[in-house]
Design a protein around this ligand. Sequence first.
Ligand code: GRF
Length: 203
Amino acid sequence: AKLGVLVSGSGSNLQALLDACARADYPAEVALVVSNVPTAFALERARTAGVAARALDHKTFGARADFEKALGDALEAAGVEWVCLAGFMRLLGADFLGRFPGRVLNIHPSLLPAFPGLHAQRQALDRGVKVAGCTVHFVDPGMDTGPIIAQAAVPVLSGDDEAALSARILAAEHRLYPLAVKLAVTGAVRLEGGRAVSSVGPS
Ligand code: GRF
């Protein structure tokens, strides 16, 4: 399966996907990386891995719809079948999502539906939860609201600050995202009637 990975920042989750795709038995390859932030280190990671990468700065587009049209066109031109958001800091509208129906995934650093949106790790610390984690979900037009594919939990330890908790969650993200992408592209988990349904084992 051909993946398009959308990024805005460091791209450590992109790196986890690139590393997974380098394994002979992994059922996907990264066809294109697009960053809406031209200076994102993620673009560097793509180029180092020999993967096509381009910046598409949303600020240079008049309207959100124009940006999303250009984004969808670039992904389609690269033959992308599945779109993986990896630290991509823009919401995507229904027109874009309709071009890749049931084939857009996101990773979020909380156990959704708790703590959607920005600074999820800080929200978790402020709330005093003892278990945190990350979620991979199908993307719908809402903010971190789509059907859940897979989750991983990590403990919140006494003395954790935002950096320490974020690092622990990020390590779990790097394991979870390649696993969840594999489940999705192989059809082991698919979007059906607004839910993520599993065709292997209990759901
Ligand atoms: C990750 O925590 C991801 O869950 C969130 O933004 C962060 C991106 O990190 N959406 P990276 O760019 O993959 O290193």
